[in-house]
Design a protein around this ligand. Structure first.
Ligand code: UDX
Length: 459
């Protein structure tokens, strides 16, 4: 491999900021670019504009090394970079299941117009299959560099809450390329990570694009599979937690992403399976992934079922019932409320007339912006004070650790729905709570469920 290439990262949202920061920490000269001057100013001042454990420390480290700078200037970016990573968002198009590609298209063309030498544009955003091929023609047409400007796709698999770890030590790297030059440039751009022994899969761009949506579809399907089993459990008196545990010992199935509960949300899985479904239909292979509609439906039914359990505990009606909703983020260790099952349940409870108080350790502000009508408490204690039903919606450590006896002294009624199988049912029942969870039988509140509670399926 040659000398380290200079990297630009276009789009400093969740994915781009993490990538830029981690690459600078690894030794590259990196220029982060965004059209939003506020974001750029905050990052340049050492402030990460979203919640991600460990990332602020890495940002300050990278800034101290002097290898990371930020700009809103595309001319500067075009002149600086040998390899340009495009990390802008591809949200769900309003009123459709398709992906909105306007940010991707504009990032590629704005940059390409200004590049007049050999360089590589690398898409990292999740896009419909065929996007890279289409963009290649466009960028080579608008760029003074012509066919010296090449395009590659390098999908990103990072999880929120583990973004630094997943970027520095990914399970694999996937390079979608159309030439040896592109492969070499990508190998140079990831040299320290490859040197650690990370597997590299080199493929065409269509395969690289497909890997990402196929992976997310598989994960979503696995979650909906166990949640479908939870529905069967509810009809039979079986216990989905024990079922998942028993299944997980089969190595072919495995314990990960087999955790039943309120289901998946966030900025990726829901929109990615819908966009994939949409794209497959366009490609004439809709039937191949029609099951993803079911995956989506199973997932959404868990939210309605959680509302049912709260209503049951409330005695049949939610009208005027004080409900404490614990959690708003789509998962713990994140302040992200995009398509969050937690917030959706809180909203549904509210629409049925419940007086909902929401508390999330990190996501209250984002939740408030999205649903200003709900009440937000700034501590767990204030949230549950006087609650007639409590519902756990995001499995933050703070909620797992809460003492059922102390909580019991604050609430009006000791009734709890555990939407994430995160609480020790036995401990709650011993402390006098009525405890309900999705896919688990209603047992006599005095019945001791025994030791299996303590080691339920690994998260
Ligand atoms: C996901 C993919 O994991 C990642 O590879 C991709 O790059 C982006 O999308 P992320 O959205 O950060 O990452 O969240 P993830 O940890 O995968 O969780 C997704 C959702 O599934 C969460 O709402 C979580 O609560 C839920 N989930 C996860 C379950 O309900 N059960 C499980 O067993 C696992």
């Amino acid at each position: 491999t040659g000398p380290l290439p200079r990297l630009t990262v276009i789009g400093t949202g969740y994915l781009g900021a993490t990538h830029a920061i981690c690459m600078a920490v690894l030794g590259y000269e990196v220029l982060g670019v965004d059209v939003d001057p506020d974001k750029i100013a905050r990052l340049a001042a050492g402030d990460v504009p979203f919640f991600e454990p460990g990332l602020p420390e890495k940002l300050r480290e990278a800034l101290d090394y002097g290898r990371l700078r930020f700009t809103t200037d595309f001319d500067e970016a075009a002149a600086f970079g040998d390899v340009h990573f495009i990390c802008v968002g591809t949200p769900q198009l309003a009123g459709s299941h398709a992906a909105d590609l306007r940010y991707v298209e504009s990032a590629f063309t704005e940059l390409a117009k200004r590049i007049d030498r050999r360089a590589l544009l690398v898409g990292k955003s999740t896009v419909p299959i065929g996007t890279a091929a289409r963009l290649t023609t466009i960028v080579q047409e608008v760029s003074p560099a012509g066919t010296d400007l090449e395009l590659a796709w390098n999908p990103e698999f990072l999880r929120e809450g583990f973004a630094v770890e997943d970027t520095l030590r990914p399970d694999r790297l996937v390079f979608g390329v159309a030439s040896d030059y592109a492969e070499r440039a990508l190998r140079d751009a990831f040299a320290p990570i490859i040197a650690e022994g990370t597997p590299v899969v080199v493929a065409d761009t269509a395969t690289a694009e497909l890997v990402k949506v196929a992976a997310n579809s598989f994960l979503a399907t696995k979650i909906s599979y166990i949640n479908a089993m939870a529905e069967v459990c509810e009809a039979t008196g079986a216990d989905v937690n024990l079922l998942a545990k028993a299944l997980s010992f089969d190595d072919r199935i495995g314990a990960r992403f087999l955790k039943p509960g309120l289901g998946f949300g966030g900025g990726c899985l829901p929109k990615d399976i819908r966009a994939f479904r949409h794209r497959a239909e366009e490609l004439g292979v809709g039937a191949a992934v029609r099951f993803l509609d079911e995956v989506d439906q199973i997932n959404l039914r868990r939210r309605a079922r959680t509302v049912d359990l709260v209503r049951e505990l409330a005695g049949g009606s939610l009208l005027g019932v004080r409900v404490a909703a614990l959690g708003a983020a789509f998962k713990p260790n994140s302040d992200d409320v995009r398509d969050a099952p937690a917030l959706d349940v809180a909203r549904m409870l509210y629409l049925e007339g419940a007086l909902v108080s929401v508390y999330d350790p990190e996501a209250n502000d984002n939740a408030h912006r999205l649903y200003p009508d709900l009440e937000y408490a700034d501590t767990l204690g204030k949230c549950v004070r006087g609650a007639e039903v409590t519902v756990l919606l995001t499995e933050w450590e703070q909620f797992r650790r809460a003492d059922p006896t102390l909580l019991g002294e604050i609430v009006a009624e000791k009734k709890i729905v555990d939407g994430r199988h995160a609480l020790d049912a036995t401990a709650y029942r011993r402390a006098g709570w009525e405890y309900r969870a999705l896919g688990r039988p209603v047992v006599a509140e005095t019945f001791d469920l025994g030791t299996h509670e303590k080691d339920s399926v690994a998260a």
